[in-house]
Design a protein around this ligand. Structure first.
Ligand code: AP5
Ligand code: MG
Length: 222
């Protein structure tokens, strides 16, 4: 199974991708997480990416494409994967389509999680993330068992640098301009499944799982 999770910043892509990867035992690949890990390690890629991420802009397509293509060629991707936050532009989608075609792979579905901008702004202010294992929490919607501490690994939770309100506004503008066109692109290909991302995390997950059962069922019958 090859899935793409599409949605505005804070729509819940990472939250749903993690739940789906556990449910279907497939890899969760987040370009944002890969960039953040490179930033933390101070790699040349991290140094370049930080400049864009801190400004709320997209990392340039050539850098992102070469990073993701290297990742998709690793043997652990053979069993399927969920792409969280990639593709984010039409050129990235075309690059991915070329790679899939070359490998004889087919995209299973694109999960579009829809949340209005006002709800996003409210959500981002409450997000807390674990800098070690990447788990995401929310002070109201998904509080950790112990305040400020990751449930999974016990590290101190932080607020992401790009969750500052003015950066969130920039990220939303970039999403509408550069990423939203992918919705029409994948709808035309018959791959798009849209979900109301304002429902609870569990409800969104159940709606996605049901839709995927239908897609898998129809694949099995072919
Ligand atoms: P990335 O890390 O992908 O950030 P993003 O797309 O802005 O999305 P987020 O991770 O902020 O949100 P999310 O949708 O994963 O939501 P989450 O589940 O955490 O990318 C960061 C940056 O890297 C980009 O800005 C860009 O610069 C660069 N980059 C990455 N990929 C790139 C690419 N392909 N090309 C170029 N540049 C790229 O949820 C958010 C909060 O809401 C959490 O607190 C969560 O607990 C809560 N929540 C989740 N679901 C619900 C719900 N249903 N109800 C209530 N609360 C919820
Ligand atoms: Mg995320």
């Amino acid at each position: 199974m090859i899935l793409i999770v599409l949605g505005a910043p804070g729509a819940g892509k990472g939250t749903q991708a993690l739940m789906l990867s556990e449910q279907y035992h497939i890899l969760h690949i987040s370009t944002g997480d890969i960039f953040r890990s490179n930033i933390k390690q101070g790699t040349p890629l991290g140094v370049k990416a930080k400049e864009y991420i801190d400004a709320g802009k997209l990392v340039p397509d050539d850098l992102t494409l070469s990073l993701i293509m290297d990742r998709l060629r690793q043997p652990d991707c053979a069993g399927g994967y969920i792409l969280d936050g990639f593709p984010r532009t039409i050129p990235q989608a075309l690059g991915l389509a070329e790679e899939l075609k070359a490998d004889g792979d087919e995209l299973t579905a694109v999960l579009d999680i829809e949340v209005p901008d006002e709800a996003i702004v409210a959500r981002m202010g409450g997000r807390r993330v674990c800098p070690v294992c990447g788990e995401s929490f929310h002070v109201v919607n998904r509080p950790p068992k112990k305040e400020g501490v990751c449930d999974h690994c016990g590290s101190a939770l932080i607020t992401r640098a790009d969750d500052a309100p003015e950066t969130v506004q920039k990220r939303l503008a970039v999403y509408h301009e550069q990423t939203q066109p992918l919705i029409a692109y994948y709808r035309e290909q018959g791959k798009l499944l849209s979900f109301d991302g304002t429902a609870s995390m569990q409800e969104v997950f159940e709606n996605i799982s049901e839709a995927l059962e239908r897609v898998n069922g129809s694949c099995d019958q072919k």
